[in-house]
Design a protein around this ligand. Structure first.
Ligand code: 26Y
Length: 824
């Protein structure tokens, strides 16, 4: 499907070499005599970039000319990872480049590895946004992403003496994928005051004035679709001092230091990605980031709309804006402000446009992750927006009062303003009220939001405002790029690579489940991926692991609700069992490598304690001669997108073991199964739908169900607590200092024994250990295991982000693709 394009640039190996060398010598001004791997990367990237840019420009022209509704995906996070391999896949000349690089003395793999990850996100939400961009372009939707151009992405994690240490990620030293648009700027206002007056006709006019201005500068990155010429745009805003801010009078009057300080303060807005992915800390700078980004993006969207000279009522027919969680919720009062204060629309007319424009995706029900901003802070930073929020609330509450006159408590419950000290603005409620659709990210999660956090809103608006779009992943990156041999094997059976763009056709693979030759190759590929990860582990951790062992992997952000502690307690239990065994008993043990990876938010002390415990357990277990190859425990430093591409294809079992009802969806669960691994998981998030697709016999589910969580939590407080004896034994070992100073881990243990075990680790421990035992036995029957993995892969078609984007387009955005004329 991906044939080469006819655009200018290179067509042959020699032409590629000439282009790469030209870039190295001229664009980089480097001599070929010191052409290292990095220069080879730069030359290759620039050669491919030239080709992308041509299609990018054409696509933007085509979309303007087509004059159809566009999608704007507002996300504070885009966890893009590396771009070169994806660019080569989508331009379609990777083999030519590979030969060309070989001529120059380089291996493609090493060259690709020179690129730094674009890590502008924390975890699942940010990676989902990146998968969505890939699918939007691949499916030819006219769509833009909007975000911030952080100078520092998510921190780099180093493990020092078993502890997480955060190191800044300055990733912009060399970034060939971004194009600064110094001519595309927006002035964004903060602070100031609101002046009200009546014009000649008696109309109330509000003027927001005397504020501080910061300028947003656009940086664009091309997003190529796969097997199509469509190349969409990701626009990142960078903050800089406006000319007013960088005060030349100060400068000239000798206050040079002050004027530079002002400039730096402006640049601080887009300086750093906040590394929290759940606890909302209500920092002023974070609110500034959110408004800066919303204001710049909306100005840009409105500017583009106004060029079409259409009537305002057509705005929602031309523009769909999707809010990735509540982070961009200020876009709602901002659009209302533009329409009434600047464009002179009446409130009701403007509000109808706002509601028809926005859709809101919720990613969590955890109360501590729901954003709230204090009224005094908003009053100070965005006085006009606060007034508009109050007006939105007033209209809304009047509507509720009319429709539910008997429910007296309802008004207080659904008010956007929480009557606390200080008062708080509930961003999720504002997002629900200002959007025409609200969606969760997996079936269970979408049901849960309707019965918990948004229960009253279902009564108010009816159930149709709420919907589900189960998450998906792009098979281009998460199968073809991460696991090229498996992708090729599948293509050889399915008659080409077209399945990557219609993943439902994967089901045809099931016909080969008994094909001897196919099974052998499938198994060999998994083994080779495990060998590759083993080499990586040897290099990074200095531990030799046996690639024939069962690889058990849990990689994701460190969180109490995700329960890495349950996993490591299970590992300790396994270790203690092995220590008790006779040599005869040991022979029956299924060897296992337990692999962990993930970052903890820098201020999340409990999550950091779990990292420390995992590393301490690894230190003890990996050095224990009684254990040998039967158990190894590895913590992989600095888990990120490019490392995920190595880690995920190497799993036999991956762990998705959140307390039921806490993980909205999960997306790595999908990636692992698509790459021929099985899951141990709770009945939570997308695990439930994965089970429905692959069949109960092909997944290892355990633990309590979400409907029982409330009662179980209650029981911890009001009933006698009997600690499971196996877990008790694990705690005893920890307390005795088997894994180092016990004091370090006391909070972890006490949280379960004395403080209510909020995440129900003790309730699920036995079920978890029993299920791990089943897995050991199942893995020993390699033939049956292989059947399970092949069957599962062939049933994963539903989880492509292409399906997901088509659902958004149809149910929420009402947008159609714009097909390029030919895909020759
Ligand atoms: C408010 C701020 C502190 C904040 C920042 C980032 C809050 C949340 C986040 C990120 C949340 C996140 O990554 N959520 C994950 O979204 C995935 C995509 O929908 C889900 O698969 C996953 O279950 C959910 O935890």
């Amino acid at each position: 499907a991906w044939k080469k394009f006819s655009a200018k640039g290179f067509e042959t190996k020699d032409e590629f070499e000439a282009e790469a060398v030209r870039h190295i010598e001229t664009t980089l001004a480097r001599s070929l005599f010191n052409c290292d791997e990095f220069a080879a990367y730069a030359g290759t990237a620039l050669a491919f970039r030239d080709r992308l840019v041509i299609e990018w420009n054409k696509t933007q022209q085509r979309h303007t000319f087509a004059d159809q509704k566009r999608v704007y995906y507002l996300s504070l996070e885009f966890l893009m990872g590396r771009a070169l391999d994806n660019a080569m896949l989508n331009v379609g000349m990777k083999d030519i480049a590979k030969d060309g690089l070989a001529d120059l003395g380089f291996r493609m793999e090493d060259v690709i590895a020179q690129e730094r990850d674009a890590a502008l996100g924390n975890g699942g939400l940010g990676r989902l946004a990146a998968c969505f961009l890939d699918s939007l372009a691949t499916l030819n939707y006219p769509a833009w992403g909007y975000a911030l151009r952080y100078r520092y992405g998510i921190f780099r994690q180093e493990i020092v003496d078993g502890y997480q240490v955060e190191v800044p990620d300055y990733w912009l030293d060399f970034n060939p994928w971004e194009f600064p648009r110094h001519d595309v700027t927006v002035d964004v206002q903060f602070y100031g005051n609101v002046r009200k007056y009546q014009d000649q006709s008696g109309k109330q006019i509000s003027v927001w004035e005397n504020g501080e201005i910061v300028t947003a500068v656009a940086y664009d990155a091309p997003i190529p679709g796969n097997a199509t010429k469509t190349t969409n745009n990701l626009r990142l805003w960078s903050s800089k001092a406006s000319h007013g801010e960088f005060d030349f009078t100060k400068f000239n009057s000798g206050e040079y230091e002050q004027s530079v300080a002002d400039q730096q303060r402006a640049e601080t807005i887009s300086a750093v990605l906040y590394p929290n992915d759940s606890l909302d800390r209500g920092k002023e700078l974070r609110l500034k980031q959110q408004y800066f980004w919303c204001a710049a993006s909306l100005f840009d969207i409105v500017r583009r709309f106004k060029k079409s000279k259409k009537a305002w009522k057509d705005f929602p027919n031309q523009v769909a804006i999707q809010l990735n969680d509540t982070h961009p919720t200020l876009a709602i009062p901002e659009l209302q402000r533009i329409l009434i204060d600047q464009e002179g629309l009446e409130w009701d007319e403007a509000w109808a446009i706002v509601q028809a424009t926005f859709g809101y995706t919720n990613h969590t029900v955890l109360p501590e992750a729901l954003e709230k901003w204090s009224v005094p802070l908003l009053q100070h930073l965005l006085p006009r927006h606060l007034q508009i929020i109050y007006d939105i609330n007033l209209q809304f509450l009047q509507y509720v009062e009319r429709n539910f006159p008997k429910d007296r408590d309802m008004l207080g419950r659904v008010s956007i303003i929480e009557e606390s000290q200080p008062k708080m603005v509930r961003m999720a409620y504002l997002a629900v009220i200002g959007s025409h659709k609200v969606n969760g990210v997996a079936e269970l999660h979408s049901d849960l939001i309707k019965t918990t956090i948004f229960k009253d809103f279902v009564k108010i608006y009816g159930p149709d405002k709420f919907t589900n779009v189960t998450n998906g992943i792009t098979p281009r990156r998460w199968l073809h790029q991460a696991n090229p041999r498996l992708s090729e094997l599948i293509a050889s059976k399915l008659g080409g690579f077209e399945y990557l763009n219609d993943l439902t056709t994967l089901h045809k693979l099931e016909a080969f489940v008994d094909d001897k030759e196919f099974r052998k190759e499938f198994q060999e590929i998994k083994y080779a991926n495990k060998v590759r990860l083993s080499q990586y582990i040897k290099e990074k951790n200095g531990v030799a692991v046996n690639p024939a062992a069962l690889f058990d992997i849990q990689v994701k952000r460190m969180h109490e609700y995700k329960r890495q502690q349950l996993n490591i307690f299970g590992v300790i239990h396994r270790y203690l069992e092995i220590k008790d065994m006779t040599p005869e008993e040991k022979k029956k043990v299924q060897p296992r490598v337990s692999i962990f990876g993930g970052k903890a938010a820098p201020g999340y002390w409990m999550a950091k304690t779990v990292i420390h415990l995992i590393n301490q357990v690894g230190k003890v277990v990996n050095a224990d001669k009684d254990v040998g190859d039967l158990l190894k425990v590895i913590f992989l430093e600095d888990y990120n997108v490019s490392k995920a591409e190595i880690i995920i294809p190497a799993s036999d079992i991956s762990e998705h073991i959140s307390t039921a009802g806490t993980e909205a969806s999960g997306t790595s669960n999908m990636k692992f199964v698509l790459n021929g691994g099985l899951i141990i998981g709770t009945c939570d998030g997308a695990n439930i739908e994965i089970t429905r697709e692959v069949g109960e016999e092909n997944i290892f589910l355990f633990g309590n169900l979400s409907e029982d969580v409330e009662d179980l939590r209650h029981a911890h407080y009001y009933e006698e607590f009997n600690l499971d004896p196996m877990l008790d034994r694990v705690f005893t070992a920890i307390r005795e200092g088997v894994f180092g100073d016990a004091g370090q881990f006391s909070a972890l243990v006490d949280g379960i024994v004395d403080h209510g075990d909020y995440y129900l680790v003790s309730d699920d421990f036995k079920s978890y250990v029993d299920t791990q035992r089943l897995i050991d036995e199942a893995y020993k029957k390699q033939d049956e295991w292989l059947t399970k993995t092949i069957t599962s892969v062939s049933r994963m078609g539903f989880f492509s982000s292409d399906r997901c984007i088509d659902e958004y387009a149809e149910m929420i955005w009402n947008v159609e693709p714009v097909k390029p004329q030919t895909n020759g």
